[in-house]
Design a protein around this ligand. Structure first.
Ligand code: IPM
Ligand code: MN
Length: 352
C-alpha cells in the first residue's frame, strides 16, 4: 500500500487534483495497487486565516509518506513569493528533491505552435537541478528604498549537487533507450564559475557512461533549438533557473500548461509530483480547467514508485481521451474538467 500526501493547494489545484485521484483509484483497482490518501490544506486559504504558511510539523509529517501529490500553489490575494517560497520551494529543499523531472512529449491530436513538428519530433526530457543555483535565497539589500540601493542575489552550485543531477540525467537517457544522448544546457561563456563547475562535472560523470552521447548548448541557444529542432534533444540537464525557463517553453511546444507534468524527485527519499502550470485562479470553480497535466503528474508518480504497468496504462488512457478532446486549453476542451477525468478513468476500468 502506498501512503500518498495530497496537497490540492490553491485556485484550480483542488479541481485537477480530484481528477488525478479519480484516475489513480481507477488504475489502482485495475492493477491491485492500494493507495491511502491524506489531505493537507496548505495554501492561500489557510495562510489568510492563520498567518501560517507551513506548520512547523509539516515537513517531518510529510517524510512519512511514500509520495506527495501537489495541485498548485499561488493566489492573487497573497503577495508573490510568500506561498511559493514558504510551501513549494521549502518542500523541495527540505525534502532534498534535487531533481525536477519534466518530460516534453507531444501526444497525437494535440496542437503544437511548431506546425511542422509532431509526436516523433517532440519527445524529450528536461532534468532540472532543483535545490541550488539562483533559488537558494542568498543575498540581500543595501540602502534599501534609497536612490543608492544595491541588491545582490547569489548563485550557488556545488560539485555534489551538479554531479548527482547529471548522473540522474545519464540514467534517464539510458532508461529511455532512444538516442541515448544528454545535452548540458548552461551558460559557460558568461557564468564562468557555476557553469564551469557544471561543465567539468558533466565531462567527468560522462566517463562513467560510455554508452551515452554528450552534447552542450548555451541556454539561449537551447530555447532556439527547442523550437527549431526539438528532435535534437533526448535528455537535457540544466541548472535550476535555466530549467525553470526552458520547461515553460517545453510545456508550450507539447501543447501547453494543460498537459505538462513535473516531478520533484529525491531518488532516496520522498518525491512530489505536480502539474507545472500553476493555480490559474481565474478559472477556479468553473469546471473548465484541463486536468490532464495533473493526471500525468500522477502517472509520473506511479512510474517513480516502480508501478510501471499502471503508469503505462494511465498514459494509454490519457492518449485515448486526448484524442477526443477539442483542445488542451481551459474552456475549449469540448469537455469539462470532470468529464476528462471520467473518460480516462472509464478507459482504465474497461481495459481488457
Ligand atoms: C515551477 C514554478 C516555481 C519555480 C515557482 C512557483 C516558485 O515556476 O515549478 O516551475 O520557479 O520553480
Ligand atoms: Mn516555472
Amino acid at each position: 500500500m502506498y501512503k500518498i500526501a495530497v496537497l490540492p493547494g490553491d485556485g484550480t489545484g483542488p479541481e485537477v487534483m480530484k481528477e488525478g485521484i479519480k484516475v489513480l483509484k481507477a488504475v489502482g483497482k485495475k492493477k491491485g495497487i492500494k493507495f491511502e490518501f491524506t489531505d493537507f490544506d496548505f495554501g492561500a486559504e489557510r495562510y489568510l486565516k492563520t498567518k501560517e504558511v507551513l506548520p512547523e510539523s509539516a515537513v517531518s509529517e510529510l517524510r512519512d509518506f511514500d509520495s506527495i501529490y501537489l495541485g498548485a500553489i499561488g493566489d492573487p490575494r497573497v503577495e508573490p513569493g510568500i506561498l511559493e517560497l514558504g510551501i513549494l520551494l521549502k518542500l523541495r529543499f527540505e525534502l532534498d528533491q534535487y531533481i525536477n523531472l519534466r518530460p516534453v512529449k507531444l501526444y497525437p491530436n494535440v496542437y503544437t505552435p511548431i506546425k511542422d513538428k509532431g509526436p516523433d519530433e517532440i519527445d524529450f526530457v528536461i532534468v532540472r537541478e532543483n535545490t541550488e543555483g539562483l533559488y537558494i535565497g542568498a543575498g540581500g539589500f543595501l540602502r534599501k528604498n534609497t536612490p543608492d540601493e544595491v541588491a545582490v542575489q547569489n548563485m550557488l552550485s556545488t560539485r555534489k549537487g551538479a554531479e548527482r543531477c547529471i548522473r540522474y540525467a545519464m540514467e534517464v537517457a539510458r532508461k529511455r533507450n532512444k538516442e541515448k544522448k544528454v545535452t548540458l544546457c548552461a551558460k559557460t561563456n558568461v557564468l564562468t564559475y557555476t557553469c564551469n563547475l557544471w561543465d567539468r562535472a558533466f565531462n567527468e560523470v560522462a566517463k562513467d557512461y560510455p554508452d551515452i552521447k554528450t552534447d552542450y548548448a548555451h541556454v539561449d541557444a537551447t530555447t532556439m533549438w527547442m523550437v527549431k529542432n526539438p528532435e535534437w534533444f533526448d535528455v537535457i540537464v540544466t541548472l535550476n533557473l535555466f530549467g525553470d525557463i526552458i520547461t515553460d517553453l517545453g510545456a508550450m511546444i507539447q501543447g501547453g500548461m494543460g498537459v505538462a507534468a513535473g516531478g520533484n524527485i529525491n531518488p532516496e527519499g520522498v518525491s512530489m509530483f505536480e502539474p507545472i502550470g500553476g493555480s490559474a485562479p481565474k478559472y477556479t470553480g468553473k469546471n473548465i480547467i484541463n486536468p490532464v497535466a495533473c493526471i500525468m503528474a500522477g502517472q509520473m508518480m506511479l512510474e517513480v514508485l516502480g508501478e510501471e504497468e499502471a503508469a503505462a496504462l494511465v498514459e494509454e488512457a490519457a492518449i485515448d481521451t486526448i484524442g477526443k478532446m477539442e483542445s488542451m486549453s481551459a474552456g475549449k476542451m469540448g469537455m469539462s474538467t470532470t468529464e476528462v477525468g471520467d473518460s480516462i478513468a472509464e478507459y482504465i476500468k474497461n481495459k481488457k
